[in-house]
Design a protein around this ligand. Structure first.
Ligand code: COA
Length: 172
């Protein structure tokens, strides 16, 4: 899979991405905004295992964000089972040197469209921590709408936090 966008590409993982992923993922400012499944410190072995797993997974739902030929981050979605098979949760992160250039927004718009078209979805949603103003802004710029503040719904680094539920709804 490859989406060629203006500021970046969103594409299938390649083992040549290992060094760049490990370099950009090994950052507390990235980790503090993500689920605990994202390791910290983040080693080359973590990157290798992650990329191998993603390359074996069918359907393919997690991709590299590539800027000027270098892997700059990742974006992916989780398809829901059973009656929620029209829904998916989307997530993304970008290495700090790439922040503030509209890259995450463009990748999110492209991947949302891809997820909807490829899997026949009616709803894609994300749940950033309430304090993650940049991610909330990215979701708003990409056309997601705030549905709820999930009070005291998560704990990160020992701190209980609210999460903001944003959704992109495909009209009937
Ligand atoms: C959140 C993240 C993906 C944003 O990526 P990005 O490419 O810098 O995003 P964009 O440039 O497309 O847009 C960022 C927007 O947030 C705004 N912003 C950034 N920091 C902000 C802050 N502290 N308060 C308010 N707005 C902020 C920017 O001004 C910009 O909005 P604008 O275009 O209206 O000016 C990136 O910072 C990141 O990977 N962070 C760590 C991991 C993470 O939080 N992932 C999301 C988990 S839900």
């Amino acid at each position: 899979m490859r989406l060629s966008l203006k500021t970046c590409e969103v594409r299938t993982w390649d083992l040549s991405d290992v060094d760049a992923v490990a370099r950009h993922a090994n950052n507390r400012k990235v980790w503090i905004n993500l689920r605990d499944a994202f390791p910290h410190p983040y080693t080359k072995q973590h990157a290798r295992d992650f990329i191998r797993t993603m390359r074996q997974r069918t359907p393919e739902t997690t991709f590299a964000i590539v800027v000027d030929g270098e892997c700059a981050g990742s974006a992916g979605f989780v398809l829901h089972p059973d009656v929620e098979r029209v829904s998916a949760e989307i997530g993304y992160w970008l290495g700090e040197p790439f922040w503030g250039r509209g890259i995450a927004t463009e990748a999110l718009v492209g991947l949302t469209r891809y997820a909807i078209e490829t899997h026949g979805l009616t709803r894609v949603y994300a749940v950033p921590f309430a304090g993650n103003a940049a991610s909330c802004r990215v979701l708003e710029k990409a056309g997601y709408v705030l549905e709820a503040r999930l009070r005291r719904s998560a704990i990160k680094d020992g701190v209980v936090m609210d999460q903001m539920q944003y959704a992109f709804i495909v009209p009937e």
